[in-house]
Each structure stands twice: as C-alpha cells, then as structure tokens.
Design a protein around this ligand. Structure first.
Ligand code: GDP
Ligand code: MN
Length: 330
C-alpha cells in the first residue's frame, strides 16, 4: 500500500499496557495499521509501570510502520500520593468488592485511571508531540480511514474527540461532581463561555447526568491537556482523593474537562471511524459511508442512537443533523 501524500502532524499513537497484554495489543495494532497507519506511518509510544520485555518490544515494533518508543512510568505517577489515607482507601475497596462494583477492589486499576487522567500526557516521551491517539488492547477498527484524523483535528481546531459515549456507573463517582463544582468556584477563569455543560448536566450544572465520552478511544490535543486549565482541574480532583476513595475513571474526568474547558465546537465526533471495545460498537451511520470505507461492522450493533448512549445529546447541543439512517438504528 502506498504512503499517503501530504504533511504529517506532530502526533503519535499511545498505548498503556502490561507485558502480558502483548497479544491483545498486537491485534489492535494490526487493525490500526491495516485501516490507517500503513499509509501514514505515525509513531507509537508504549507506556508501562514496569519495564517492557523483549517479546513485547519485538512483536509490537514488527507490526508498526512508524517509529516505536517504550517508556517506564515514574513511581510518583503510579502510586498513592502522600495525602491519601491508605486505611480509608482500603476500606473503600473492601466495601466495593462486597457490592461487586467492577474493578472496585483493584488498586492497579485506580493507579491506571489516575495516570490516564493526569500523567500520560506529561511522560517524557509524550512531550515531543502535539496530538495523541489512544489505543487499548483488543479493540477493533472496522472501516478504512481515508484521511488523517490528526490533521483533521489540527485544521479544524479540534482539541478532543470521541466515537462512543454513555452513562457512567454512579457508584464509581459519587462526589466527582462536587469536586467539579468546587473547581468551577475556585477557577471560574477556566470555564469557557460556549462550553458543553448541556452534555454533562440537565439542570444547568447542579447535578451530573453521568454522560461521558468513552476514553479508550481518543484523538486529542496534548497541548490542551498540558494547559494550566486542565492542570488545575486535575489537581483539584487529585487533592480530593476520589481516584482512591471512590473509583473515578479517566473517561468522566476527561469528558468533564472537555465539556467545561473547551468550546463546544472544539469537541469532535468521528462518525466515520468505526470502533469496538467490549461491549460497545460504533458502526458508522449511513450505508454509503460504510460501503465507501469498506466497513465490516454490522450496523445493527451501532450503539450511537440507543437509549444508553449520550451521543444524541451531543448532536442536539451542537445543533448538528444526525447522519441519514439514524432512525433505523435506535
Ligand atoms: P477497561 O477497558 O476499563 O476494562 O480497562 P483495561 O483493562 O482495558 O485497562 C485500560 C488500559 O490500561 C489498557 O490499555 C490496559 O492495557 C492498561 N492497564 C490496565 N491496568 C494496567 C496495569 O496495571 N499496568 C499497565 N502497565 N497497564 C495497565
Ligand atoms: Mn479496555
């Protein structure tokens, strides 16, 4: 396959993974390469709280058509900060285990969520780039990507993007909105006027409706995440301790930030990037699009217009027309 012409952005794929994830990561890479990167050759950064082993490096670098980089996360980005009461955090995990809340008893999952919320974009290897595209193990890409999403983001002044949105489990974030409101009070200068508050709240900001963009897929601006506004937001949340005293996910954290710190037209929905991460599928709405992009997803599985998706809200608040054929997929 020929290399696509045109300029390249200063951009990279980024995957957080354990050595044991290697074959699931390989499946994801294969699809990203086949559908897009074999013609664009963007770099790929891998991050891990432990050193990557030779097998991981060999398998991944042989599949990727761009340069690969492997980084170790510093301990202070993957551990309990000093202000966290470890006994209190432990009691929470035990309680969540009894309530059978998914990952409720896991320490490593909490480090992961905090890392993805506040640290991945300031890892040394990431400082070289302006844009990132997050890829997780075992995801699927069902359609060709005929243009450069990084360049699209740049040329259209987009800072954050998504393909799937849904409601968060309330039990994992009981006080996340309280901390958000505190941030809004303390830092009104960071809240932009033409924001997406309507995506996040049905009562003008009093309560959170739990809508969030699913962050296992993201194409976004690293410079935005490295801004004072985002940094102050993360710092407020981190001080309040909910990554450990509850189980705050990076998806609602990124989403609330995108919703309040970005103008609504800086957040983009990629209808034409078809994607699966267990258990949800985004299969492009519109038969013509699916044929043109040689998609292999079943349109019946598209989650976008189903009741548990928040994507309709995004369309409504941005006054966007839903793609043709959406009614057939509700
Ligand atoms: P889920 O999608 O919320 O079910 O969570 P995943 O298990 O997919 O984890 C999210 C991302 O973090 C994936 O890219 C994982 O490979 C990565 N990840 C999760 N836990 C760890 C960990 O303990 N160490 C490392 N290095 N990566 C992790
Ligand atoms: Mn995952």
């Amino acid at each position: 396959m020929e290399t696509a012409p045109g300029p390249r952005m200063n951009a990279t794929f980024v995957t957080l993974a354990r050595n044991s994830d290697v074959w699931e990561v390989a499946r994801s890479i294969r699809q990203v390469e086949d559908r897009f990167n074999k013609r664009y050759h963007y770099d790929w950064v891998f991050l891990n709280d432990k050193p990557f082993d030779d097998e991981f490096k060999k398998v991944t670098s042989s599949l990727i058509s761009g340069k690969t980089h492997y980084g170790i996360i510093p301990e202070e980005h993957w551990s309990f900060p000093d202000h966290i009461d470890l006994d209190k955090a432990k009691a929470v995990r035990e309680d969540m285990a009894k309530k059978k809340i998914i990952y409720g008893d896991s320490i490593s999952y909490r480090h992961m969520c905090r890392f993805e919320s506040g640290f991945f974009y300031r890892q040394e290897l990431m400082l070289n780039y302006d844009y990132y595209w997050r890829v997780e193990p075992s995801v699927e890409y069902f359609c060709d990507i005929h243009y450069d999403p990084f360049r699209f983001m740049h040329e259209n002044n987009k800072k954050y993007s998504f393909v799937l949105s849904l409601y968060e489990y309330a039990e994992t974030i009981p006080t996340l909105w309280d901390s958000t409101k505190k941030f809004m009070r303390e830092h009104p200068e960071h809240i932009v006027e033409d924001n997406s508050m309507k995506f996040l709240s049905d009562d003008g900001g009093e309560t959170y409706n739990k809508c969030h963009f699913w962050s296992n897929f993201e194409v976004g601006s690293l410079n935005w995440l490295r801004s004072k506004a985002y940094g102050d937001f993360f710092e407020t949340l981190d001080q309040d301790g909910g990554f450990f005293y509850e189980r705050w996910g990076d998806a609602p954290v990124h989403s609330i930030a995108a919703g309040l710190l970005l103008k609504k037209d800086e957040v983009h929905f990629f209808n034409d990037i078809a994607y699966y991460h267990v258990p949800f599928t985004h299969c492009p709405t519109g038969e013509e699009t699916r044929q043109e992009l040689r998609c292999h997803c079943n349109p019946k599985n598209n989650f976008d217009w189903k009741g548990y998706s928040c994507t309709s809200r995004y369309f409504d608040l941005n006054n966007l027309d839903k793609p043709d054929g959406w009614e057939k997929q509700t």
